[in-house]
Design a protein around this ligand. Sequence first.
Ligand code: ADP
Ligand code: MG
Ligand code: MG
Length: 913
Amino acid sequence: MAEKKWVYLFSEIEKAEKYVGGDWENVRGLLGGKGANLDEMARIKLPVPPGFTVTTEACNAYSATKQFPEGMWDQMLAALKVVEKDAGKKFGDSANPLLVSCRSGAKFSMPGMMDTVLNIGLNDASAQGMVKLTNNERFVFDSYRRLIQMFGTVVLGLPDEAFEDVLDGFKKDKGYKADTDMTADDLKLLVEKFKVVVKKHYGKDFPQEPLEQLKLATEAVFKSWNGKRAVDYRRATNISDDLGTAVSIVTMVFGNMGWDSGTGVAFTRNPSTGERILYGDYLLNAQGEDVVAGIRNTEKIATLGDPLPEANKQFLEVVKTLELHYHDMQDLEFTVEHGRLWMLQCRNGKRTALAAVKIAVDMVGEGLISKEEAIKRVTTDNVDTLLHPQFTAETKAKAKKDGRFYASGVNASPGAAVGQVYFDADLTEKMHKEEGQDTIMVRPFTKPDDVHGMLAAKGILTSEGGATSHAAVVARQFGVPCVVGASSVVIDLDKRVMVWNGVTVKEGEWISVDGTTGEVYVGKIDLTVPSIEEQTDLLTLLNWADEIAGMQVWANSDYPKDARRARTYGAKGIGLCRTEHMFFEPARLPIVQRMILAKDDVTRKAALDELLPFQRSDFDGLFEAMDGQPVIIRLIDPPLHEFLPSEESLLEEVITMRVKGETKGLAEKENLLEAVKGMHESNPMMGLRGVRLSIAMPQIVEMQVRAIFEAASDCTKRGVVVHPEVMIPLTGHLNELKWIQPRLIRIAKEVMEEKKVQFTYKFGTMIEIPRAAVVAGELATLAEFFSFGTNDLTQMTFGYSRDDAERSFLGRYVEEGILPKNPFQTLDQGGVGKLMKMAVADGRKTRPSLEVGICGEHGGDPASVAFCYSIGNNYVSCSPFRVPVARLAAAQAALDPELAAARKEALKAYVKK
Ligand code: ADP
Ligand code: MG
Ligand code: MG
């Protein structure tokens, strides 16, 4: 059997490809990103110094046995011979020595691993040889002292200070300020001093034998894979422990050989804006990391041609070649030695969200990549980032420096907000509406009747609750930046202050909330606000996404304003309009309460008649905003007591009035209290709500359907094209639909006859109770559409009450790996998803034209969008702010062959109608 190959020369990339089966990702896995790209550059004839790479497999073997695997060292020695030949120098030779660097490189670029050691191979003898060769004593001894220092700290693990202290002391004695003040003799002396440091801390002499230097450095790279820094980094970024790191040994080229030499780093395009302009810096007469280290002022890459015209010309060619080759923006490291260009690294460059979109779109225009490739390259997080107001890293760093950091919690809804603090919803709304203030609503937690305050707020902060608490869900829905569960903040609602770590913020004072990171600052931090209309590249990309997706994205919008926003964000319909928010508005709530408390049908009817015009105008605005597109309106869903004051607060009021002897209005309050008590349910989530409420009190939904169809008729007459879809919530049994739906359809027809107009409409149901999913085939005999209410469906399938689960055990479940993710954020495909898949299939068996969507929060979560795509949804519906994200996610799903195949299968029975 042939010996296992642990070492690949830069010229042996074909062998590596063959070994891993041809796939480039696997080549990167074997040789590390750095090694693989060095090989690739060599293959396309770019100037790369000769070298070789020890594989990640060797690293893994080393990790297992704590010694080099058999044959590895011999293979390194053999490779070194080839490199010596190519470079025309000899490793360890005193007359014409080859020096090398030892570089670590895993499949994914990983800060946290061993730092590169340059100038390996230098010792007392070869230093002399180099002096003769270069006639530059200063350069040689500067290189030598750097080697001892790097080798000492990186390979031998000595503390940085051991060298820094000696260096600083030396400079001080001589009265020097900068390293460059040191003469050749100084550096010679320093080399001796550094040797003493090594001896003292390491107990042995600095290894003079070049091969020993190489061996120890290689071993140190292997060891660094399991070092604490590297392990921590992998934990944080989900990189697998068994990848291992490769080691690349590269012939040294010297940018510090004089003023016709230099070193630099560059991006082939601007990584922060995406502009197609070379971006980077260089330094003449410098080595390695000098450019990044910022010891000297660097020059802009655009001026490289002045001192080094030939090298610059060659470099511009390289830039072009590499972009054409990799079809992506590259991050480059190069060195010029005596006017000659050497490439030392290339990789796909990291970039901001803005740059990611611009580069992807530009590259399609340049013919470098396809639209599909552009869609795959931009991440949904990129899109999200582009649409939320932001603090910049600089401004936040400054605020931190100024001691304005306040507290941190769960980053519940991304984006940044600056405003004045108010501790209740009414005041938050009032100060916003009447005083025109930017407000931040701060509460221990929020409830449905806080929504008006949340809508008026620029940002929300709570001290309790998790990522799917009411505050978090509503905030995301409306795109309000929000931090929840900042548990170390103590809110005193009586004194109207909050305190954190001794810092008190009073009502009306300014704070800044970063919902992207979960941080809160005292005072104002500057904001940048993005608008989608101005982001033409993003719009272009999203239009391509729509062409590719084959599944639409709709929006959950309760108000015309949201609907209009949803449309600018690219929604193709409204998937959920929740009618109960409309009931909470101050002008309407008293009427709603009168309707609820009515003792007889006549009184109730009168109250409903009063509500009708309000509802009609709500729907009118919505239809108009969505002209030509479907609008799904959900009939009233929550239990009625949500529209009444709470039992506790009423009781308190009644007792206070009694104690104070106040009689005016007491009887009314007492009656109200009795009514509220009478409505008490021990588990309202599973009580009288949804379709059950409609059956118990059909007048409410009859009024709503009338309002919907009157508005739709009026709109039609005005030339607005309407497609109303009436959604019945919380159905669990076909007989519920049988009872309510025909009554509602009768009203719809009545209205159209009265108004003498015709338009298409649908009646359908939400699937949010497991039983509904199980009997979906039956429900589809009446329902013309299904919409998965995955918030409730998740609660009921798991049997978790969401708020309780969030508060008490879900976090631990995820930590312990009992659940892979919070199922309220990312759809549980194995359970809830299975029910959905079955419901779609059974429903379409009954009714091939069944329209299927999702309106739970999952509709804006990329992984859940992909799942909905695979089971054959016609659309997903999410918060207007998530629409662009969902559009991209849908297209990315369509480009995944497995998901696309699953969808094709799921859509077999479907007939468009
Ligand atoms: P990192 O992963 O931190 O970028 P590198 O291995 O790329 O580490 O090396 C650090 C610095 O040393 C870079 O500036 C690189 O260009 C430079 N460098 C590495 N090897 C050589 C070499 N053989 N000749 C000259 N410079 C080198
Ligand atoms: Mg580094
Ligand atoms: Mg590098």
